[in-house]
Design a binder for this molecule. Structure first.
Ligand SMILES: C[S@@+](CC[C@H](N)C(=O)[O-])C[C@H]1O[C@@H](n2cnc3c(N)ncnc32)[C@H](O)[C@@H]1O
Length: 253
């Protein structure tokens, strides 16, 4: 195996094996091969999967679900180490990660803040595969208002880019209930045209386009606009050094 190939080994500490398996999955390529459907305003993924959305499909296909979540964790692994380096979670007693996949970010936060209460909210199909004593898991759907979960910091990382403006605003409104008094919503997203990726066409956009014709990587201003449209007060924002993510703070009061 060539030098760079070592990262494709599952036992390498910086392995990207699961991320590559997710990105180059035959189902994804099939949807990309029918991109004209999405360009005409529909979802090529739905077109190729009997009208099921990407996440509906994953919920009904356990093997694909595991592959996606392992790939996503692997993909996000480096950024989960970079986030706490630029943003302090010290002041928050309870941290809730909504749509947090396998809970990798919470695992990382636990290393740094072992005393914090950590809660993962995810789809039932994801939560039921997680065994951990580091954080609590709650099955939830961010298209329905949440009851019973409260956090001082509530994270939505790499979630909004999967959805249209209308859906993103609905998610933002639905998670409002999870914010305890004087707490912060932390939206963490890849930014279009950031200093990191310049003005390049975003490959993630192509993939998002197959899932939902209005899903997109957004600019800094587009994310601020969503925050305001959902009735939050925008707070400070922090670029995550070493990757193209930005952390946006938002307050409900
Ligand atoms: C692109 S992944 C991001 C995962 C993780 N936050 C990260 O940055 O690696 C989007 C996540 O949203 C979750 N998700 C999708 N639809 C959801 C819903 N209706 N309610 C809750 N979570 C959902 C998926 O299961 C998936 O883990």
């Amino acid at each position: 195996m060539k030098e760079k190939g070592k990262y494709l080994r599952s036992n390498h500490p910086q392995s990207i094996r699961a991320a590559i398996a997710k990105e180059y999955d035959s189902e994804r390529w099939d949807a990309l091969g029918h991109l004209h459907i999405s360009i005409n305003g529909n979802s090529s993924f739905k077109y190729r999967h009997e009208g099921k959305s990407f996440y509906e499909y994953l919920q009904e296909n356990p093997a694909a679900n595991i592959k996606f979540n392992e790939g996503m964790s692997n993909y996000s692994n480096l950024e989960h180490q970079l986030i706490p380096a630029v943003y302090s979670f010290n002041d928050f007693k309870t941290i809730v990660d909504i749509g947090g996949g396998n809970g990798e970010l919470l695992q990382q936060l636990h290393q740094i803040y072992p005393q914090k209460e950590l809660v993962l909210v995810e789809l039932d199909s994801v939560v039921k595969g997680i065994k951990t004593n580091v954080f609590t898991t709650v099955a939830g759907d961010f298209f329905k208002p949440f009851e019973g979960v409260k956090g001082n910091a509530v994270i939505l990382k790499r979630v909004l880019h999967n959805w249209s403006n209308e859906h993103a605003i609905s998610i933002l409104k639905n998670v409002k209930n999870t914010l305890a008094s004087k707490s912060k919503l932390l939206i963490i997203e890849k930014i279009r045209n950031s200093h990191f990726n310049g003005n390049s066409m975003d490959d993630a956009d192509m993939l998002m386009l197959t899932i939902n014709s209005e899903a997109q990587t957004r600019s800094y201003k587009q994310i601020q606009d969503l925050i305001i449209a959902a009735g939050y007060l925008p707070g400070a924002s922090y670029p995550v050094a070493g990757c193209d993510l930005e952390i946006f703070e938002a307050y409900k009061e």
